[in-house]
Ligand binder design. Structure first.
Ligand SMILES: Cc1ncc(COP(=O)(O)O)c(C=O)c1O
Length: 485
């Protein structure tokens, strides 16, 4: 699945390539090759895309064709470009690495460790009382067999009402309750993606989504998110959909995991229209939609723009409430929900009734619980940002308007080395390459603000200490990406 980057698009991504920090008197072609390598290492320029013809790029960058020819030669020699005469040049990595992501992302039970690998909050205080109240509700269900493949109607009604309140009219027949969002994604993929089907995902993205796609042997293409601005490049994203016409696209428009980006309304509308035109189904993961901070105004749900049942929305209670509850859902058309329920019977029959009753109780108290979560997350985010500014001032971090993660741009391609060193110092980290497909993203680290402020501050102190140790041991330079098998 190759797509083409046009000269003007690459020019925009390259930005001020001729004035990059650290550049002294190197010739233009060396700087240009270095800047393209930087885009590849950051995952903004995906692997396997065709670069513009030399003449086209020269015109877009207003440099001589000789400069571009020499830069492409340099990139071929360093193993970042494959060229075939008459056919063009494709991006690649030295050694032809393509790294399989196991996607395994489970926190381990090590109490001495500050776990910044897992982006999830502890349960809210209201959970225990909701569980007690649910136990009292349970006798209403005990007279039946207890199998509800689409979920108990009370919960489907509460979830549908929440969508309707967000401006997306929804009936309980359009909701199917699942055992968490991951389960929802897996079910949707079983139904919508044939084995080996093509999928477009953001890069970076949520590792366990990559694992679910790997289980379907999906052919995955990526859309590289920028760290600055709104993250998505409308031109490139819509261009990829039109060119590659993937079977399915998986997007996280609200406080994207890991970058924290929020997709603007206008792009949502264009993505839905383009997906329809290119025959692509959209799976929209709204895991973080409730966790808006700073009073930020929310764009409408992506499915608002859907006129053709192209959008399947998945969401759940793990992030705003508690991961241990294992409640998620799918919002789709009523016939799609029926098909999903039929597929589900072959997987796990139905979800636990008691847990769904706990969810109903919690949703009845949503306003109080979620606003307390937002206050908690705001304070923790600000403590983490302050600690980073004080201890690691060279790192670049954007303040996200919601969600639970910061996506830090480090002062070198050191994320995996740093994660290994931090583990020794009692901090578990999620290095950038875990969120990509091909071992790139070494200059990035995801930092969740889901732990109490004092723990976050202590974690940053430990990370800063080992950061400078790494400098003493090894000079960061371009290195082959670490293989995660
Ligand atoms: C974007 C995204 N989708 C899905 C999940 C999985 O959610 P659940 O625990 O409800 O299965 C997560 C959890 O981190 C997530 O960040």
């Amino acid at each position: 699945m190759t797509s083409l980057v046009r000269g003007s698009q690459l020019g925009r991504m390259l930005g001020q390539w001729h004035a990059l920090p650290g550049r002294r008197r190197s010739p233009d072609y060396v700087a240009l090759a270095g800047a393209v390598r930087g885009l590849l290492a950051d995952g903004r320029l995906p692997l396997g895309v065709r670069l513009p013809a030399e003449r086209e790029l020269a015109e877009a960058l207003r440099v001589s064709r000789t400069t571009v020819t020499a830069a492409y030669r340099e990139l071929r020699e360093s193993g970042h470009l494959n060229s075939r005469r008459g056919a063009g040049s494709w991006t690649t990595l030295p050694g032809g690495h393509r790294v399989a992501s196991s996607g395994l992302w489970t926190p381990q039970d090590d109490l001495d460790m500050i776990d910044l690998g897992c982006a999830a909050l502890a349960a809210p205080a209201e959970l225990a009382s909701a569980a007690r109240a649910a136990a009292e509700d349970l006798p209403r269900y005990l007279g039946g067999a207890g199998y509800h493949p689409t979920g108990i109607v009370e919960l489907r009604t509460a979830v549908a009402r929440a969508y309707t309140e967000r401006g997306l009219a929804t009936s309980p027949e359009q909701i199917m309750v699942t055992n968490g969002v991951q389960h929802a994604l897996d079910l949707v993929l079983r139904l919508a993606l044939p084995t080996g089907g093509s999928v477009l995902v953001e890069s970076p993205t949520y590792p366990n989504a990559l694992a679910a796609l790997a289980a379907r042997r999906a052919r995955i293409a990526t859309h590289g998110l920028a760290t600055e601005g709104t993250g998505w490049d409308a031109d490139l994203l819509l261009g990829s959909l039109r060119q590659t016409r993937p079977r399915l696209a998986y997007l996280i428009p609200e406080f994207q995991n890991p970058t924290g980006h929020l997709m603007p309304a206008e792009l949502r509308e264009r993505v839905v229209a383009t997906a329809h035109a290119s025959g692509t189904d959209l799976v929209v993961d709204e895991s973080f939609v409730d966790l808006v901070l700073d009073g930020t105004e929310m764009p409408p749900p992506t499915a608002v723009f859907d006129r053709h049942s192209r959008v399947v929305t998945i969401g759940g209670m793990s992030k705003p409430y508690w991961g241990g509850l294992r409640i998620g859902w799918i919002r789709a058309s009523a016939p799609q929900v029926q098909r999903l329920a039929a597929a589900r019977v072959g997987v796990d029959m139905a979800g636990p009734v008691l847990d769904q009753l706990v969810a109903v109780r919690l949703l009845a108290d949503a306003e109080t619980i979620v606003s307390a979560r937002r206050a908690e997350l705001t304070a923790q985010r600000d403590a983490l940002l302050a600690a980073l500014r004080a201890e690691l001032p060279n790192w670049r971090v954007r303040t996200p308007a919601g969600g639970v993660t910061l996506w830090a741009e480090l002062d070198g391609p050191i994320a995996s080395a740093l994660a290994r060193a931090a583990e020794e110092a009692g901090v578990r980290l999620a290095p950038g390459p875990r969120f990509g497909l091909d071992g790139t993203l070494e200059r990035f680290l995801r930092l969740p603000f889901t732990l109490p402020a004092a723990e976050l501050t202590e974690a940053v102190r430990r990370i800063a200490a080992v950061r400078y140790d790494i400098d003493r041991v090894e000079r960061p330079h371009w290195r082959e990406p670490v293989v995660i098998a």
